[in-house]
Write a protein that binds this ligand. Structure first.
Ligand code: HEM
Length: 470
């Protein structure tokens, strides 16, 4: 018979945790504490105990038992509310289910071919833009270019063609939509430090910006909504806004109970920086390891011939090496480092009693770097994801790969994100060469523990005669 213990019997860090002002580094504090206290321990945060979980089985249990036993962290929700992006991420129970059905409908696989047209256009534009730089290409700011690409591709997928707007209005709206991430990002960066404070100090510029964003998004919704009723076929180009409106009507919901505007902003915020940052991390991995870059070049050459871009969505399925390199990059250096949830009722997990209202920090990235879950977990080896080179006896716990989360609330944009990253990588590796800039000396082999958005990468036009010498 196993005896049940309370969380006060778990190993506990004696001092209150002070969170990093840099949002990108907060996870490190908890990951370091896990090295000291193990895979289930407590820390004091904001005058109450918070449970930290690093065990893959327990994390999967928690993620899969949403929304019944665990819900979103209420303190974080207050911050999302003030930012006006309290859509699906802050929702729970029936509200979440209603929003999830509509959002998932807009991202179903049957729409991928239509979204792919936007991806293809943005990828082709990026290629041409880089080619025109010629010899000077190595001087461009690759990180800014990749973020710009991601913003452009998701803005067009979400909002569609704005050509139906009057020209003046079109330009203003485009500008606002392209600046969503920097504007909302200002607040997101401040998200965790702000959690210390009970009240938000208001920032007038932000309020003004957000009002303008709301106006622009409402305008797009009104236009797409009225075009849906146009029997002449106008407005038939697909966009996420249009598909969201269609799904909403089909389910008999309205803009307010679906929180349409908040969710549109949240989708932009959930897609543009994560996808850009993941793509940059992949580029960093292939710049560090010439053999990996060469493997991808060989695969892309076989699919594309001499350069170009992927024109046919069916060809994406042939990119097995690229798929494996993306998964391995996400395993060793995921942009999603931790998740925070809250217990909704008194419950028992394994032999530990967790009281209702307890916040739990889930170290989702650390699981994938644990030798208990993956063979030589800290070594980058994309072959572990490929059936032909996978060593069957090697440890490979797929459930410990949580870069897109798990369970009913896992990322609904996974398919779209992979489509964008694969298309961009095929174009980049087919036509260009990525290198680490000379001043960048990679430290540890897996390491991204330096600033996540400072990879020190350069790009050149690929000259096949000088493909990286191995
Ligand atoms: C590489 C890029 C991306 C990564 C790493 C990523 C990662 C994640 C993670 C870890 C979660 C939380 C999952 C969980 O709690 O189990 C999430 C949720 C979410 N993601 Fe993504 N995501 C990416 C791209 C996207 C894209 C492209 C979209 C939309 C177009 C998107 C929309 C969402 C939404 C709406 C949620 C909230 C789901 C819910 O609460 O039910 N994400 N994402």
């Amino acid at each position: 018979m196993c005896s049940i213990k309370t969380i006060s019997a778990l190993p506990g860090h004696p001092d209150p945790v002070v969170l990093e002002p840099d949002f990108n580094r907060v996870h490190e504090i908890f990951e370091k504490l896990a090295d000291r206290y193990g895979k289930l321990f407590t820390v004091q945060f904001a005058n109450r105990p918070l449970v930290v979980v690093a065990n893959a089985n327990q994390i999967n249990f928690i993620l899969r038992k949403r929304p019944d036993l665990f819900g979103p962290y209420s303190r974080k929700n207050r911050v999302l509310e003030t930012m006006k992006v309290d859509g699906i991420e802050a929702a729970d129970d029936h509200g979440w289910k209603r929003q999830r059905e509509v959002i998932a409908a807009s991202m179903e696989s049957r729409h991928m071919a239509q979204y792919f047209e936007y991806i293809k256009a943005a990828t082709g534009d990026l290629k041409n833009h880089w080619i025109t730089h010629g010899e000077n290409l190595s001087k461009i700011d690759l990180e800014a270019e990749i973020l710009g690409f991601s913003i452009s591709v998701f803005t067009s997928m979400v909002f569609g063609d704005l050509a139906d707007m009057p020209v003046g209005e079109q330009e203003v709206t485009k500008n606002i939509l392209h600046n969503l991430v920097p504007i909302l990002g200002r607040r997101i960066d401040a998200l965790l430090p702000q959690m210390h404070l009970e009240s938000f100090s208001e920032d007038n510029y932000f309020d003004e910006d957000i009002r303008e964003i709301f106006r622009a998004v409402k305008n797009v919704i009104a236009r797409k909504g009225s075009l849906l009723n146009d029997t002449n076929g106008a407005g038939n180009a697909v966009s996420m806004v249009r598909l969201l409106i269609e799904a909403m009507k089909e389910k008999g919901s309205d803009i307010r109970n679906i929180k349409l505007i908040e969710n549109i902003l949240l989708i932009v915020l959930a897609s543009e920086p994560t996808t850009a940052n993941t793509l940059l991390r992949v580029l960093f991995c292939i710049a560090k390891d010439p053999q990996v870059q060469r493997d991808i070049q060989d695969e892309v050459d076989a699919v594309l011939g001499n350069g170009g871009i992927i024109e046919d969505i069916e060809d994406i399925k042939k990119l097995k090496c690229i798929d494996a390199v993306i998964l391995e990059t996400m395993r060793t250096s995921s942009v999603s480092r931790l998740a925070i949830v809250e217990a909704k009722a008194d419950l028992v997990m394994d032999d530990v009693e967790i009281p209702a209202g307890t916040p739990l920090v889930l170290l989702i990235a650390r699981c994938a770097l644990d030798d208990e879950n993956f063979h030589q977990a800290r070594v980058f080896d994309h072959r572990r994801w490929r059936s032909e080179t996978k060593v069957e006896s090697s440890k490979h716990n797929g459930k410990a790969f949580l870069g897109f989360g798990s369970g009913p609330r896992s990322c609904p944009g996974r398919g779209l994100a992979m489509l964008v990253i694969k298309s961009a990588l095929a174009m980049i590796c087919g036509n260009f060469q990525i290198r680490l800039s000379p001043e960048k000396q990679p430290g540890d082999k897996t390491g991204f523990n330096d600033k996540p958005l400072s990879f020190g990468l350069t790009i050149e036009i690929r000259d096949r005669r000088h493909d990286v010498a191995l």
